[in-house]
Ligand binder design. Sequence first.
Ligand code: NI
Ligand code: MN
Length: 245
Amino acid sequence: MNLGALEITWCGHAAFSFKTPSGKHVIVDPWLEQNPMCPPRLKNPANVDTLLITHGHGDHIADAVSLAKKHDATCIAIFETVLWLGKKGVGKLIGMNKGGTTERDGMKVTMVHAEHSCGIQDGDQVIYGGEACGYVITFENGVKVYHAGDTCVHSDMAIIGELYKPDIALLPIGDLYTMDPAQAAYAIRLLATKIVIPMHWGTFPALTGTPEKLRELTKDFVGLQIIDLKPGETLTGELKRFAPV
Ligand code: NI
Ligand code: MN
């Protein structure tokens, strides 16, 4: 597997930032400022072109409005969440729904199913945010990354695997709010993806799933690579890992 010039950086929890081969900056689930796992140097990104939101929970959407306004970035989310973002003053929005694909800067973004809730906490109210989703991102060099969002294991993962054949799957493993390592192991079987980056674990003591446990449960999977990035680490080229000091 060669990512070419694509850079994938784990900002901790479900937040990932991507530098696309043509140099655009994409962040999925921007929770940076208050994210205890996010290294200080990543809390205030210098460039943001596109934000992808999987659902309206604070640990995924908290910095979407401020980053979109500051960088005049485009927010992609499910239709109802986009309505809320618009009310909060975000100007560039792409509202979509599951099954749809939108193309941007040579990158194709497909919204796929996730099994989770999607209420948006707004002051003392909970706003209906539509449904939680995941994304398959096809970068302009052909590399396909599946960000599962927050989800339990679900049978659509077999469809996502067959239809899109993601090269890399970003899967939650922390338990309590999402899949635990046993469900994630089952998910990997459904997806048949050979490179997996665990996420949504270790942020709080309640998120008990670990990459070690996932590794133990998948040791019979031929050719599987579980890459447990550390928050702030970047993956690029021939799966080379680096973190600036
Ligand atoms: Ni959630
Ligand atoms: Mn979450």
